[in-house]
Design a protein around this ligand. Structure first.
Ligand code: SAM
Ligand code: SF4
Length: 323
């Protein structure tokens, strides 16, 4: 079992397969994607070796992320590869949802178990102002199509921003009332590139949590491969609400996840100083050597990030690693 020196166990791998993105989210890539390295992204055989090694060390869930993972034409093959790895029970995907309707059937055929779609506003014009894309209606239609096909393991990620979507809280709640999604409000995180934006837009999730608890929402128990959200349910609502509050005290105590970047580097934390390359060990099927290498790197995992002190490590924006 993969464990760190603080006794935390790692059941959950976030695997980035590209850092390229076609959106320009104002908190992530406001100027669009700018490439500053070779596009030497993990190949399917390399992904297969990573999945096998992690699964043999106790990983049960892989979340495929990016950049925008749907930009890779071999995404269905990647999903299938992860899903066919013995020990992996859940394959999830985080996507901005562009062309969701077109892609979803192939992803489901490949064995996708869970889908996170990022929607920061339910107002098409505001959505466009945040992402640079006039795609909200298409994305919502994709979610409807998923429900129509009987797939309803869908989470929606919404990054809280003071001036862009805080005023939409009631629209989000109205949507959750009638839609069986799990909507997660994520506190905006500071990264190397967004300090000014962060200073203006960051809002704590605590006031939302207080409001939920005051209005009949009840906390839901957290499973061992659960993500970082605190989740709440309400008897009058079809969906649930999650809050991801990385600045809250004790956020890192329940860390159960590790990350591998699209360049094949292990990141012990979203905000670590640098990635630790696995590449040399991904060129052969020597799973034992890869596992030993990963275990030797675990020693450096820190107890917590230092985000509250403005320390963002080597992470310029989350498109680099997948959030
Ligand atoms: N492109 C895909 C998407 O947007 O869903 C996957 C990658 S994206 C980096 C993963 C998640 O991180 C998205 O839900 C996005 O909104 C969130 N994210 C990106 N930058 C963030 C930041 N600075 N603070 C909080 N969440 C952020
Ligand atoms: Fe792209 Fe996702 Fe970053 Fe938006 S949050 S720019 S969709 S990687």
């Amino acid at each position: 079992m993969l464990e760190d020196k603080f006794g935390r166990k790692f059941y959950y791998l976030r695997l980035s397969i590209t850092d390229v993105c076609n959106f320009r989210c104002n908190y992530c890539l406001p100027n669009g994607y700018e490439c500053d390295h070779d596009r030497d992204f993990l190949t399917v055989p390399e992904i297969k070796r990573i999945a096998k090694a992690f699964a043999e060390m106790g990983t049960e869930k892989i979340r495929i992320t990016g950049g925008e993972p749907a930009l890779r034409k071999d995404l269905p093959e990647i999903i299938r590869t992860c899903k066919q790895t013995p020990g992996i029970k859940t394959v999830a995907l985080t996507s901005n949802g562009f062309k969701l309707r077109e892609h979803l059937p192939q992803w489901l055929d490949a064995g996708l178990d869970a889908l996170n779609i990022s929607i920061d506003s339910l107002d098409p014009r505001q959505f466009n102002a945040i992402t640079g894309k006039d795609k909200l209606d298409e994305i919502l239609a994709g979610i409807d199509m998923a429900f129509a096909r009987g797939f309803n393991n869908i989470k929606v990620n919404t990054v809280l921003m003071r001036e862009y979507n805080l005023h939409e809280m009631q629209s989000f709640l109205d949507w959750v009332k009638v839609t069986p999604i799990s909507l997660r409000f994520i506190e905006l995180m500071q990264t190397g590139d967004n300090k000014e934006f962060y200073d203006k837009q960051h809002v704590s999730g605590q006031s939302i949590k207080d409001q939920l608890l005051k209005t009949g929402w009840l906390p839901i128990h957290r499973g061992k491969t659960a993500g970082p959200a605190q989740e709440f349910a309400h008897p009058d609502y079809k969906g649930t609400i999650g809050l991801i509050m990385p600045y809250s005290k004790d956020f890192c105590n329940t860390c159960n996840r590790l990350r591998v970047s699209s360049l094949g580097k292990l990141h012990l934390c979203l905000f670590s100083e640098q990635g630790l390359s696995l590449k040399d060990h991904l060129q052969t099927d020597d799973t034992e050597a890869l596992k030993l290498h990963i275990k030797s790197l675990m020693f450096d995992k820190k107890a917590t990030h230092f985000l509250q002190d403005g320390f963002t490590g080597g992470t310029k924006h989350l498109s680099m690693l997948g959030g």
